[in-house]
Design a protein around this ligand. Structure first.
Ligand code: ADP
Ligand code: ASP
Ligand code: MG
Length: 812
């Protein structure tokens, strides 16, 4: 004997019911089967809705009833049932109409009437299915659960009277034998004859009760997913069916929100050691989940992750509680007497407070009854009125063997912490099958995905990028990501997804990643971008391992990094403004990055893609000390002075550099040395020396008149007049066997930038094109410096520097 339960979606339509019937016919060939069925998918909700509308004097209850009628008659017609069958169903539907009309007339929808109304769903579906089955099997019957399952009168979630139920079920099936029996799930009756229900989702429980009463060989739960998953499959895309679970694990998972099995279902099966299989009506060939006494640890310690929404935390707190027995007893007694279910308990050993998790809907009642119970102590200020916090939920990791393994809670909480999920309360049951944390509801999706990733997908690191500024460098970066994505995924197990792109006009977002073959079109038709809306959307999306990339030169953007870091969003910038702004700002960003576990990376601030900052970091972290830095850090100035000779006009070279994009649009930013000052400042700060931009000496090489130019045009006009000045500087240097280089220096705590004559033989002498060079003199590199040299400007190398920073964020 097997007991099979078919949920609402499995019996929602003619098509799915046909699949159910095929399944029953096939399974009954090897022994009798009992099929417990739910209401047609969605009907229980419609019944509830009709009742509520009626009691609220809302005439639309009639439309709802008509909808219910239509759903059922449609299936009757599709199965081509007889006129008599149709009449039988219509009579039940008429009775339902009458009852709901009654509710409307007397304005009452008590829990007792609610059970009566809701019971129609399973009643009708089971009759229709049994009549449809009868057309194909002469050896089938319908059994009325209302006559077999006996309960108390706790309406809407009745308590089972197990002994009477067992006797009735056994007697019924002794007298009435058939190859296939169809029974309604969910519905039952009290001793005094009132209709009751076993709670929403309770058809699973009906099936388990019947299976246990008859000591069936197997209980099968047929639903719309292929088993019990490692996490809610609608919330966690990467969740997968668990092959095997122990009864206890299944119980914990369902108690903590895995709706696929109604929590009380497991207990009766466990008592009789009946294996439970969870199977998919729409993919019967899938293996599904087997729940049994066997514990299988092949697939790791943690079997699944669950979450329970709509939780409230109540905290009883006060100095008067410490060391005095009886407070907890009174608290829990009060909750129990008022039928308030306790979901979770935590108490620190200081005994100063007790914290209890309950259902959100019960929190106001809890407040009243607890404050009432402790009114005297509250009046004496021994304890405080209870504190109620809402908008919370519980996330839990579950597995039989958590007990025997250290590090599970460490892993759980560090994963949550790294993704900025704030934990409000923690509980680990003594059975140690479950570690639970109460968190804000808005973090739940991120939390379950984070936990799933760290316990089940630890091999793949996903990075969710938000890129602001997709001009030249940003565009090339996107192309580099597009080309490398598969390689990164396959070789490094790093999944880089671009989830947001913005230029100065528009922005686009996609949680699953923007199509990088098509981003220009998507961005062109994207939403209008505004400074705050861009940032708020990223924060709202609240994706784990989010990375904000600043590929702009905007001061406003640079000043917003702290907002990202505070949300544990990593920041990668090629924009130099933040790191060269006031020292306290730079320090704050660094300490926020540490505090919120959100790296702040800016390798491209100096020397584009050259590994200057990372090298410096490694020197410092390994205990070296920077004594001096000598560097040529401006690709544009290097280009200009490399082209200057006795015949070329300085004005023409600058103009060419500007036109070819080697300088900023306003070349004065380069020629004034400010850009180089910023770069050397960043290196100095990264060496551990606090310094401000103003502390850096800068003697302009421009003639005074040119330095004073009011506009770019005026600057060029003035520059043209000064060609002789520059030719002279060149010739002077040449006579001494020197070349002109724009150099940044830091020695003995002092820094300066300026144009210098460099002798042959010096490492700067042969520097070509747009190359940069940095010489680090340190305690360890004291005689010969550590030299980093190469192209220090250009879109390709800058983009690849940014990309390098991004990849380094993947935690392996
Ligand atoms: P039925 O109508 O068959 O009783 P339910 O809706 O009650 O189906 O339960 C199945 C649903 O449970 C799935 O569609 C899925 O969305 C949800 N669910 C939540 N958590 C889990 C989980 N851990 N594994 C499988 N399904 C889950
Ligand atoms: N039909 C009921 C509900 O929707 C019971 C069940 O399907 O398990 O809650
Ligand atoms: Mg269900």
């Amino acid at each position: 004997m097997k007991v099979l339960k078919f949920g609402g979606t499995s019996v929602a339509s003619h098509q799915s019911i046909s699949a159910v019937i095929r399944n029953l016919l096939s399974q009954s060939s090897s022994g009798p089967v009992i099929a417990v069925v739910s209401a047609l998918g969605g009907v229980t909700d419609l019944l509830q809705q009709a009742g509520e509308q009626a009691v609220n004097q809302d005439q639309s209850y009639k439309t709802t009833l008509a909808q219910i009628r239509e759903r059922h008659l449609e299936v009757v017609h599709e199965f081509d049932l007889s006129k008599q069958d149709e009449k039988d169903i219509t009579a039940i539907l008429d009775l339902l109409d009458l009852i709901v009309l009654g509710l409307f007339a007397i304005g009452e929808f008590s829990v007792m009437s609610r059970d009566k109304v809701l019971s129609f769903g399973e009643w009708m579906s089971s009759i229709i299915i049994s009549k449809a089955l009868a057309k194909q099997s002469s050896n089938s019957q319908w059994a009325d659960s209302r006559e077999l399952i006996v309960t108390d009168e706790q309406f809407t979630c009745a308590g089972l009277l197990i002994d009477e139920t067992k006797i009735r079920v056994r007697e019924y099936f002794k007298k009435n034998q058939a190859a296939i029996t169809i029974m309604p799930g969910f519905i039952s009756r009290s001793r005094s004859g009132y209709i009751t229900t076993l709670g929403r989702g309770g058809s699973d429980y009906t099936a388990a009760i019947v299976a246990a009463s008859l000591e069936a060989e197997e209980l099968q739960i047929w639903t719309d997913v292929s088993g019990m998953y490692t996490a809610h499959p609608k919330w966690v895309k990467q969740a997968f069916p668990i092959e095997e679970l122990s009864y206890q694990e299944a119980m914990e998972l369902s108690h903590f929100g895995a709706k696929v099995i109604y929590p009380p279902t497991v207990q009766p099966a466990l008592q009789k050691q009946i294996p439970i299989r969870v199977k998919n009506t729409f993919a019967p060939e899938d293996q599904g989940t087997l729940i049994s006494a066997k514990v299988n640890n092949d697939r790791g310690i943690i079997k699944g992750i669950s979450h329970l929404p709509d939780i409230a935390l109540i905290t009883l707190e006060g100095n008067g509680m410490v060391g005095i027995p009886g407070f907890s007893k009174r608290l829990f007694e009060t909750l129990s007497l008022n039928k308030i279910n306790v979901v979770m308990i935590t108490q620190a050993s200081s005994e100063h407070s007790i914290c209890v998790g309950i259902q959100r809907e019960e929190c106001e009642r809890a407040r009243q009854v607890i404050d009432g119970e402790f009114a005297y102590e509250i009046s004496l200020e021994k304890i405080n009125p209870i504190l109620v916090e809402v908008d919370l939920c519980i996330v839990a990791v579950i597995g039989d063997n958590i007990k025997g393994h250290q590090g599970v809670s460490g892993k759980m909480f560090s994963a949550l912490g790294q993704n900025n999920v704030n934990i409000r309360a923690i509980a680990q049951g003594a059975s140690e099958r479950n570690i639970s944390a109460v968190i804000d509801s808005r973090d739940v999706k991120k939390a379950v995905n984070t936990l799933h990733n760290s316990f089940f997908e630890k091999q793949v690191n996903r990075l969710n990028l938000f890129i602001k500024g997709v001009g030249n460098v940003g565009g090339i970066l996107l192309e580099q990501i597009r080309q490398q994505r598969d390689h990164l995924l396959n070789e490094l197990l790093v999944d880089v997804r671009v989830c947001g792109i913005s230029n100065s006009r528009t922005m686009v977002f996609s949680e699953t990643g923007i199509d990088l073959d098509n981003w220009q079109e998507e961005l062109a038709s994207g939403e209008t971008q505004e400074f705050d809306s861009w940032m708020n959307r990223i924060i709202e999306m609240n994706l784990r391992n989010s990375v904000f990339l600043d590929v702009t030169a905007s001061e406003e953007v640079a000043m917003s990094y702290s907002n990202y870091l505070r949300k544990s969003i990593a920041v990668v910038a090629c924009n130099k403004i933040a790191c060269s702004s006031a020292y306290h700002n730079y320090r704050e960003l660094k300490s926020l990055a540490r505090e919120y576990h959100a790296p702040f990376l800016f390798e491209t601030n100096v020397g584009a893609g050259l590994p200057v900052i990372n090298t410096l970091k490694n020197l410092i972290n390994s205990g070296d000390r920077i004594r001096s830095i000598q560097a040529v850090l401006s690709g544009s100035l290097n280009f200009i002075f490399n082209h200057l000779d006795a015949t070329n006009s300085f004005h023409d070279i600058v103009l060419q550099a500007q036109q070819e994009g080697y300088t900023e649009p306003d070349p004065r930013i380069d020629l004034s040395g400010v850009d180089v000052m910023r770069k050397i400042l960043i290196l100095i700060r990264e060496s551990g020396v606090p310094m401000e931009l103003e502390d850096i000496g800068n003697e302009s090489f421009l003639p005074n008149a040119v330095d004073q130019a009011g506009s770019v045009d005026e600057f060029f006009a003035l520059l043209q007049k000064e060609d002789a000045f520059f030719t002279e500087r060149f010739v002077d240097a040449q006579k001494k066997g020197c070349k002109l280089k724009y150099v940044a220096e830091f020695t003995d705590g002092k820094a300066k930038v300026g144009l210098k004559e460099i002798r042959e033989g010096h490492p700067f002498y042969n520097l070509e094109g747009k190359d940069n060079i940095v010489l680090f003199y340190t305690d360890r590199y004291s005689e010969q410096p550590l030299i980093i040299k190469g192209a220090g400007a250009g879109s390709e190398v800058t983009a690849s520097g940014l990309f390098g920073d991004v990849i380094s964020l993947a935690k392996n």
